[in-house]
Each structure stands twice: as structure tokens, then as C-alpha cells.
Ligand binder design. Structure first.
Ligand SMILES: Cc1cc2nc3c(=O)[nH]c(=O)nc-3n(C[C@H](O)[C@H](O)[C@H](O)COP(=O)(O)OP(=O)(O)OC[C@H]3O[C@@H](n4cnc5c(N)ncnc54)[C@H](O)[C@@H]3O)c2cc1C
Length: 333
């Protein structure tokens, strides 16, 4: 593997603005031979021209030029260094459960923090019964919740059934049943644009409803403070939450969970959409779920454009009817 490079990476993921070092520069600042150069400079796992529909729970989206899956912090660090050197756009994803990627795809590198990036470690907390749990960003929330059940640790039961990664959950400040991921967090480790790892305590982080201000940094790990509890009771609580999800949410149709954020000072987005008479409405293969109006579902043949058109139809109809414009919770790429 290549040694980690210390590069000045762009602060926000996006198209590079770096100066080139001996590469032929195209009009947009990126050498068209970058895929071959990336292959030469980075030895990790890459899948070329991979449809994003495969990597997102909405099951839509055109091809990403490359999907790179670093297996360690060092591989991630060297990958971002190489991408900065080549001036190539990149975006980190977890499980793609909150993402809508356009039909045109992504002309850059999707950095996938997946199963190889999913270690869980513990150390004793300061008080009796407290345990600090450090989890890598690619770990799935369900794996973490099941591990907590096995270990008899409580504090993350609300996350049972959220199909994201730990990194995605931190960035989204994912939540349910009145709790959010930030409630159980102690600290987050990031990889900075400059190539350094930094750890920030929760107090130093700007969390809000379904949002964390990351300043373009990559979440590489999160540390939670959990409490020892009764294993069977924790299992029962998680099971109950999973059952309620099954009753209230659409099953068997691809979706990204709640599509819109709940607007402050108004009824929940799902209620507004339902009261606007939009339950069941379709654009192409995308539909407002018959079960829960804040879920937009793929009936099987949807395109990303169908979802974008349906999103706008919902936003305009709700705005006309109730005077509030719904903001998507789903990130659009
Ligand atoms: C059936 C279903 C139910 C759901 N229920 C809930 C729910 O109850 N509550 C809730 O809050 N959400 C829910 N969601 C939405 C989603 O699961 C969460 O937002 C989840 O936390 C997203 O994680 P992910 O790994 O899939 O992120 P992705 O969709 O992969 O990415 C989301 C965003 O985070 C960025 N990102 C991801 N990983 C990193 C990283 N390591 N560093 C920096 N940026 C990163 C991506 O670039 C993107 O902008 C649901 C989704 C589905 C499909």
C-alpha cells in the first residue's frame, strides 16, 4: 500500500481546486486520464462505472465513475490525498439510505466506508456501569444495536431499524422516538481536508435536527457512552421498536425513510402531505407511500428524475395549501 501523503485536500468534498503536479490538465482542471492515475497511485479496492442504484436504498441513480472502498484509516487517508492531487471530485457514503443520486450519476469517486471499516472497541467509563464504545464509521447501526443487545448495553435502542452506517448516522444526527444519535455521543473522530485525524468532543460539535456541521470532514469513528442494563429488557425494547416500524412504515418497496424534515412550528411533514391529499400520488415509478405519506417509494421502475419531480410536486402543493416549504431530509447528489 502507498504511504499516506500529507496533502492539502479541498475543504468540501466536490470538484478539486488543487494545483496539479506534472499532470495534463483538462478544461475543468481534471485530467481525463485520472482513472488510470488513480489505479497507479492507490492500491485499494475500486469498482469502476458502478450504478449508484446498487448502493442506495432508493435503488435509483446513474453510474459513479468509481467506487473506492478503503479498508483502513491509512487507506482512506492515502486515497483522499491522491484524489486531491488529481483534483477529482469525491463524496463519502455509508449505506446510501439517505441519498438520492441523479440519473446522470457521479463523475468522480464515491468513497464507501463499508464493512471493512466497522470495528467496535470498548473501554470502561468513569462511573460504575458506564462503558465507552468506539465504533468505526462503516459499521452498520443494526450491527451496533445487535452488539449492544449481546453485551447488555443500553442507550442506542432507538436506532434499532435505522438502516444506515454509524458515520451516516452521525452526519445526519439520525433519530427516532424522540432520541437522536448525538444524545449518546461522547466524541467523533474526523479526517480533515489537510489529511490529519482530529477528535472532537460532542460539546465542540454543531448538531441540530438531522444535521451535523462537518465542515467537509469525513467521520471515521464515533465514541458513545452507554450504560450496562438488563440484556433481555434491551432486546425487548429493540424488538418493540422494530415491530412499530413494520406497522407504520411501507414494507417491500425501496425508500429512504422520511423524505422530508418535519417543519418547525407545523404538523409533521407526513401529516401535511396526507392532508394535502397527496397520499398515493405517483410521478413515473415514484410514489407517495399509501402507508406513510412522508415516505416516497420506488414502485419498481422509478428514476431519480421521478423522485425529484415528485419531491417538487409535494413541496409546491404543501406550500400552496399550508404556507410552508418542506425541506428534503434526503441528501441529493
Ligand atoms: C427504511 C428506512 C428507515 C429509516 N428510518 C430512519 C429513522 O428512523 N431516523 C433517521 O434519522 N433516519 C432514518 N432513515 C434514514 C437513514 O437511514 C439515516 O439518515 C442514516 O443515518 C443514513 O446513514 P447512511 O450510512 O445510509 O448515510 P448515507 O445515505 O450513505 O449518507 C448520508 C449523508 O451523509 C454523508 N456521509 C455518510 N457517511 C459519511 C462519513 N463517514 N463522513 C462524512 N459524511 C458521510 C453522505 O455523503 C451523505 O451526504 C431511514 C431510512 C430508511 C431506508
Amino acid at each position: 500500500m502507498l504511504p499516506a501523503r500529507v496533502c492539502s485536500l479541498q475543504e468540501r468534498p466536490g470538484c478539486g481546486t488543487m494545483k496539479f503536479q506534472g499532470l495534463r490538465v483538462m478544461g475543468n482542471g481534471v485530467d481525463k486520464e485520472w482513472p488510470a492515475q488513480l489505479r497507479d497511485l492507490w492500491s485499494g479496492e475500486i469498482e469502476w462505472n458502478s450504478p449508484m442504484a446498487r448502493w442506495c436504498t432508493l435503488q435509483v441513480g446513474g453510474p459513479a465513475r468509481a467506487i473506492a472502498a478503503p479498508a483502513s484509516r491509512e487507506e482512506l487517508q492515502s486515497l483522499l490525498g491522491v484524489l486531491a492531487q488529481l483534483g477529482v471530485c469525491w463524496r463519502v457514503i455509508g449505506r446510501g439510505s439517505n441519498l438520492l443520486v441523479s440519473d446522470a450519476g457521479y463523475e468522480g469517486v464515491i468513497v464507501l466506508l463499508g464493512r471493512k471499516f466497522s470495528a467496535i472497541e470498548t473501554r470502561p467509563g468513569r462511573k460504575a456501569g458506564e462503558v465507552m464504545v468506539r465504533v468505526e464509521a462503516g459499521c452498520s447501526l443494526m450491527k451496533l444495536v445487535n452488539w449492544c443487545i449481546d453485551q447488555g448495553l443500553q442507550g442506542l435502542e432507538f436506532a434499532a431499524g435505522i438502516p444506515g452506517s454509524v458515520g451516516g448516522a452521525v452526519v445526519m444526527n439520525a433519530g427516532a422516538w424522540g432520541k437522536e444519535i448525538s444524545d449518546a455521543l461522547l466524541a467523533v473522530t474526523f479526517l480533515r481536508g489537510s489529511g490529519e485525524f482530529v477528535e472532537r468532543a460532542k460539546d465542540g460539535l454543531a448538531f441540530s435536527y438531522r444535521h451535523l456541521k462537518t465542515e467537509g470532514m469525513v467521520v471515521v469513528a464515533a465514541e458513545f457512552l452507554l450504560q450496562a442494563g438488563d440484556r433481555q429488557a434491551i432486546d425487548r425494547r429493540c424488538g418493540q421498536m422494530m415491530r412499530e416500524r413494520k406497522e407504520k412504515q411501507p414494507q417491500g418497496l425501496a425508500n429512504a425513510g422520511s423524505f422530508f424534515k418535519n417543519p418547525s412550528g407545523f404538523p409533521a411533514a407526513g401529516k401535511l402531505i396526507q392532508d394535502a391529499g397527496l397520499k398515493g400520488i405517483r410521478v413515473g415509478g415514484a410514489q407517495v407511500s399509501e402507508v406513510h405519506a412522508n415516505f416516497l417509494v420506488n414502485t419498481g421502475s422509478a428514476t431519480a428524475q421521478d423522485f425529484l419531480d415528485l419531491m417538487r410536486l409535494v413541496q409546491e402543493t404543501v406550500a400552496e395549501r399550508f404556507g410552508v416549504r418542506l425541506e428534503p431530509e434526503v441528501h441529493i447528489l
